[in-house]
Every structure is written in C-alpha cells, then in structure tokens.
Design a protein around this ligand. Structure first.
Ligand SMILES: Nc1ncnc2c1ncn2[C@@H]1O[C@H](COP(=O)(O)OP(=O)(O)OP(=O)(O)O)[C@@H](O)[C@H]1O
Length: 366
C-alpha cells in the first residue's frame, strides 16, 4: 500500500481530534508547498459535500450518518473496499468529521497480537471512529477479538497461558469501526457480516477526475487551462491520488520550464518527462506488459513470477498495476496466469505471436 502521499503513518496508532482535523489547513502559502504529504492531506475533501464522484456511496453514507446523528447513536460499522487511492482514508476522516468525533487510526499489519487490539479498544471513548486500514491483514486472534468488540462492545482479554489462563471481560464504549481493504474477498465472512454498511469504491470517470484536478489546482493556487486539466485527468488511471500527484508534477514542470501556467503542451511535456503515457500507464504498468510480452511470450505467467521479473512485490503488481491493466483490456487474469491481450502488444508497438496466446475461454479471474 502506498502511504507516501498521505499524512498518516498507519504503522502506528494515531489519533486526530476534531480540532486537529480542522487544523489540516487548505494550503495557499509557499512554505507548505514544500511538504508533499501536507499538500496531499490538504487536498482531501473534508465533508461529504466536497467529495467528487462516488455518488451512490456518498448518498448511502450520508443517509447512514444522518440517521445515526438523529438517533444520537454511533453509526453502524462501515467497510470501505476498493483499489488504493480512491478515497477510503478520506471517507473515514469524513465519517469522523461528520459525526464530530475523534478519529483513531491504525492498520491491520500493526495489529499483530490480540493484545494490540485490546489496547486500542480500551482507549476508545464513546462514539469514537476507529479506522483500521488494510483490515484484511490483521492477525487471526485479533480478528476474532474484533468480532466480539463489533457486536457486543466488549472483549475478553486473556491473561496467562495454558490451564492457568484467565479471561478478563473488558467493556468498550460504543464506537464505529471503519475498515478499509483493497481485498474485500480476503476478509473472513464473520468479519464482513459484522459491518452494517459496505461500500465499494469505483474508479473515477475522466470528467470526475477533471473536477478533482480543478478543485486541487484551486486549493494550491495553480493556474491551469481546461485542456491542461483534462490531459492530467485522462492520464490519472481513474484514481484521485494519481490525479493529484500528476498535478503536482505538472505544476513543478510549469514553474521550472514554463511560465507557471498548466496548459496542454506543458501537461503533455511534463507527463512525458515523468513517464506517464497517453493512456495513463506508468513505468510499472509498462514494465509488467513489457516483461509479459517480451520475456514470457505474452503469458500465461504466474503473478509472482511477473512480480519478481519487474522487481516489485506481488501485492504491488496485483493491487497497483493489474486492476488498471485489466480494466483497460491490456491484461487478462486466467486460471493459468496472466496473459497479455492483443491490445497490450499493440500498446508496446510489438507484433503479437502468430498463434494467439490468449484463449478467451480462460478469461475468468485466476
Ligand atoms: N472523491 C474525491 N474527491 C476529491 N479528492 C479525492 C477523492 N477521493 C480521494 N481524493 C484525493 O485522493 C487522495 C487519496 O485518497 P485516500 O488516501 O483517501 O485513498 P485511499 O483509498 O485511502 O488509498 P489507500 O488505500 O492507498 O490508502 C486524497 O488525498 C484526496 O485528496
């Protein structure tokens, strides 16, 4: 998971109070520009009204939160799933903000023992929102403790081992768990079922990314033309985080190599320099396709082999590159491995082998 552009280190538990959330000022001054992570944080929408796209999720979540507010109760637990950079953390912050409660942050990999979770849960106050990023990576004992905490707002803390072990019940104030995952399918059924509201975030349409780029440019005080904005949007792979990142790189280019205005030619030149092509493929995407076609004759090849060949973690290939490549019809996941489609060969300017390696009957997910 890419935390480079966020303001939060979720390897450690963190808490943002309402006051601190408000303290995440919109950036207009030059000092703040130097801190990329602060910039990214400042670009986050802070209310549901500010969220662009994800209309269905926004409406459903708005209703859930409004109903909870009227009842004066903590909202039901929320599960947010979808590829990285689509706004899961942003929505978790918005949920806390809309409920005017503090947000406690942690992540699945940081909860290695049930005791880690017990410590977090025992520190919660009535109505707090607990955000667990990458919830599918939590340890099994912690997961089981979480079932009980979500349902009964209590946990049993086991002290000692073997026959002498004793379970001490611990009451937990009502809280809202917001779980985020890029792999909803990996969540055990009992955990998934305990979320009262599940939202799957979809990739954004180019016109929505265009609005996001305009909004971010406004917050950053950057001048950009309509053509410059839509060029950035169209190369952003349906992902707001990427749109914001590309905007910042184009802004760098415009400041150093042009007159500061983000026009179409400036955007094109900048994105070429940063190796983001017209279809939005970046170095990793192209490396995956390149290895697949040139080294493995178009596949099928296992994702682990593919990952080793491009020098990345399997998860990075699976969660960062593949969703976009599959979505754009350049790569297929088959039971026998990954396969380059004819469009992939074409994209690389290569001629596909005479005997097609792609068997359309295999186009089920591996
Ligand atoms: N709907 C949206 N409208 C405007 N900007 C958005 C929206 N969703 C996300 N963003 C922007 O994209 C950035 C990435 O969002 P966020 O960190 O919430 O994604 P994420 O799904 O939690 O990613 P990851 O799973 O990698 O942590 C945010 O900083 C925010 O500026």
């Amino acid at each position: 998971m890419d935390w480079d552009d966020t303001d939060l280190d979720t390897d450690h538990e963190a808490e943002l109070t309402g006051a601190e959330l408000t303290h995440l000022q919109r950036l207009t001054d030059a000092d703040a520009d130097g801190d990329e992570r602060a910039v990214e944080a400042a670009l986050r929408p802070r209310t549901l009204d500010e969220v662009i796209g994800q209309v269905r999720v926004r409406d459903q979540l708005g209703l859930v939160l409004e109903a909870a507010r009227r009842r004066g109760r903590a909202p039901d637990h929320v599960l947010l799933s979808g590829p990285p950079g689509l706004g899961k953390t942003t929505l978790a912050m918005i949920i806390a903000g809309e409920m005017s409660t503090p947000l406690r942050l942690t992540s699945g990999p940081a909860i290695t023992h049930a005791g880690d979770l017990a410590a977090i849960l025992s520190g919660l106050n009535d109505g707090d929102v607990l955000f667990v990023d990458e919830i599918h990576r939590m340890s099994r004992p912690a997961e089981e403790m979480l079932y009980m905490a979500m349902e009964d707002f209590r946990v049993d803390v086991v002290i000692g081992k073997g026959p002498g072990a004793t379970a001490i019940p611990l009451e937990i104030p009502p809280f809202t768990l917001v779980g985020a995952t890029t792999r909803a399918g990996l969540l055990p059924g009992p955990l998934r079922d305990r979320f009262g509201f599940t939202a799957h975030l979809e990739f954004y349409e180019p016109h929505e990314l265009d609005q996001i780029v305009h909004r971010s440019a406004g917050l950053l005080g950057v001048h950009l033309t309509a053509e410059g904005s839509s060029e950035i949007a169209s190369r952003s792979r349906g992902t707001p985080r990427i749109a914001n990142r590309l905007l910042r790189r184009v802004r760098d280019y415009a400041q150093v190599r042009a007159d500061g205005v983000l026009t179409l030619p400036v955007a094109q030149a900048a994105l070429e320099m940063f190796e983001v092509d017209e279809s939005g493929l970046d170095r990793l995407d192209r490396a995956v396709l390149d290895v697949l076609c040139r080294r493995f004759g178009g596949g099928p090849v296992g994702v682990s082999t593919l990952a080793v060949a491009v020098g990345e973690e399997r998860e990075t290939v699976e969660e960062v590159a593949e969703p976009f490549l599959v979505r754009t019809g350049l790569l297929a996941r088959t039971p026998r491995g990954r396969v380059a489609t004819p469009a992939a060969w074409q994209h690389l300017g290569l001629t596909p082998p005479l005997v097609p390696t792609v068997d359309s009957t295999l186009f089920d997910d591996a």
